[in-house]
Each structure stands twice: as structure tokens, then as C-alpha cells.
Design a protein. Structure first.
Length: 274
């Protein structure tokens, strides 16, 4: 009787998202030989504690996209972190799987003998250092602590001049606070400038005033309407409103002599016999 060999089926790759602060930690993956955050998977592979050849990157990508479809928020940071990590995994796996030529049989090319895999590892470690430093600075900024900045040119000039901190005790921050308060008492705040508010005078408003006056009297004198008005703009707009009423054959105007009173009467009243 022939022996029956049962091959164990690989564990299906699964991806889910947690509420971690960093996107690399929020992506939780389940593989044959690993279960945990995506950042931990990359760290184990970089430290050679997990064989990258056992990681099915195609299945991992498919599971990630399926989980991302069901997610309503945070898609962009999670996708960006996954692309960055998966690109590093692809590069590491390609160097581990592809055959490497025998260096003794290669013609001399002037190479300094640097191991590409070790060079990649050093770059990844440097990337992690800067990434963790950026995360730490973001946490400090979110905690409300003050971040002080000095221009690079000022720092370089101070270094060339040999500037060094004094040997005495550091300055108490309360002294600086008191000095700032004293400066505000010595230099009072400037007087605010006079704010000029725009005004709007329309023909419709002045026409309404003239019509209201004509409803109260059969005839009006324009000079009487403008007796208490000292604004030239209002006077000009009122005169233009009167001309518009004349143009629309709504009123008739009379002036018996130059510079004399300007009498305004409704057209219906002006046409009726006196």
C-alpha cells in the first residue's frame, strides 16, 4: 500500500487595522510564521530573525487591499506606510532569492567591495532612526512643550566666533517673563488707526425719498429737500435720482430763473389744468 503524504495547507494571510498611532503599527498582519504589526515584521526581517523568503508578498498585498476597501477613514496614511514597507520587503526578498554572481569570476570594475545587502540594511536602519526621531518630535509638539528654533546662519556665525555658553547657572525663565511684562509697560500699545467705513448711497434710496415727499405734497422744492444736507455726494446722487425720474416721465421740473428754486411735480399733477 502506498503511503499517503498530507501536505499542511498554508495559513491564509490576513490583515486588520488597529487604533495605533503609527500607520506601521496599526496594520496587523497574520502569516504562517508571524502575527503582529507590519513594523515588527520588517524589523524581524531586517535583524535576520525571520526569513523573508517565507513571506508571501503577493498574498500580503491582496489581503491588505481587501481590508483597505472596508475601511472608511485613514486610508491614505495606511496605504503610504504599506507601500514604503512592502517596497523594502521586495528589495530584500529579491536579493535573497535571485542568484548572485561569483565575485571571483567578474571582471574588475573598480568596486570598493561593499556588500549591497549590508548597505541596504544600513540605509534601512538610518531610515528608522529618522522616522523614530520625527515621531518623537511630533509627540513633543502635541504635548504642548515649547520648541525653539535658531536659524542655521546664526548658528554657523556663532560657531565661527567661538561663542560658548557661560559657566554660570542657567537663566531663570521667570526673569524673562518679568522683562517682557516690563517692556509692555514701558512701550504702551500703539493707538489704533481710525477705521474708515465705506458708505453706500444708491439712486434707488434717493428716488424713494423723493417719491415719499411727493406723496405728502403736490409739489416740492429740491432745495428744501436738501436744506440740511451738507454732504456733496448725497446732493449729487439726489440730483441724479431726480433726473432719472424725469427720464422715466414720472415727474416734471420747473425753474423760473437761473439758480432759482427747482420745483418738482408729478407728471399727472403737472398735466392737469390749474
Amino acid at each position: 500500500m502506498a503511503a499517503i503524504v498530507i501536505t499542511p495547507q498554508p495559513v491564509p494571510v490576513m490583515v486588520r487595522f488597529d487604533d495605533a498611532r503609527r500607520a506601521e503599527d496599526a496594520t496587523h498582519v497574520t502569516l504562517d510564521a508571524f502575527e503582529g504589526p507590519l513594523a515588527a515584521l520588517l524589523a524581524l526581517i531586517e535583524q535576520r530573525q525571520l526569513d523573508v523568503r517565507t513571506v508571501r508578498l503577493g498574498d500580503l498585498t491582496g489581503a491588505f487591499l481587501e481590508a483597505l476597501v472596508n475601511l472608511e477613514t485613514r486610508r491614505l496614511p495606511l496605504l503610504s506606510a504599506f507601500v514604503a514597507v512592502s517596497a523594502q520587503l521586495i528589495l530584500i526578498k529579491s536579493r535573497a532569492v535571485l542568484p548572485r554572481p561569483d565575485p571571483t569570476k567578474l571582471p574588475p570594475t573598480g568596486d570598493d567591495g561593499v556588500d549591497p545587502e549590508e548597505d541596504l540594511r544600513q540605509r534601512l536602519l538610518l531610515y528608522r532612526i529618522y522616522r523614530d526621531a520625527g515621531t518623537r518630535l511630533a509627540e513633543l509638539a502635541a504635548s504642548g512643550r515649547g520648541l525653539f528654533h535658531r536659524e542655521s546662519g546664526v548658528a554657523a556665525a556663532a560657531a565661527r566666533a567661538g561663542a560658548r555658553p557661560t559657566d554660570g547657572p542657567p537663566l531663570d525663565p521667570a526673569v524673562l517673563v518679568d522683562a517682557l511684562r516690563a517692556s509692555t509697560r514701558l512701550a504702551p500699545p500703539p493707538v489704533p488707526r481710525t477705521e474708515v467705513l465705506p458708505r453706500t448711497i444708491t439712486l434707488e434710496d434717493r428716488v424713494a425719498i423723493l417719491r415719499r415727499a411727493l406723496r405728502m405734497a403736490p409739489a416740492i422744492v429740491l432745495q428744501d429737500i436738501l436744506r440740511d444736507v451738507h454732504d456733496r455726494v448725497v446732493i449729487a446722487v439726489t440730483f441724479m435720482a431726480l433726473l432719472e425720474m424725469v427720464k422715466g416721465r414720472e415727474v416734471a421740473i420747473e425753474q423760473a430763473e437761473p439758480w432759482g428754486p427747482i420745483s418738482v411735480r408729478n407728471v399727472a399733477d403737472a398735466a392737469s389744468p390749474r
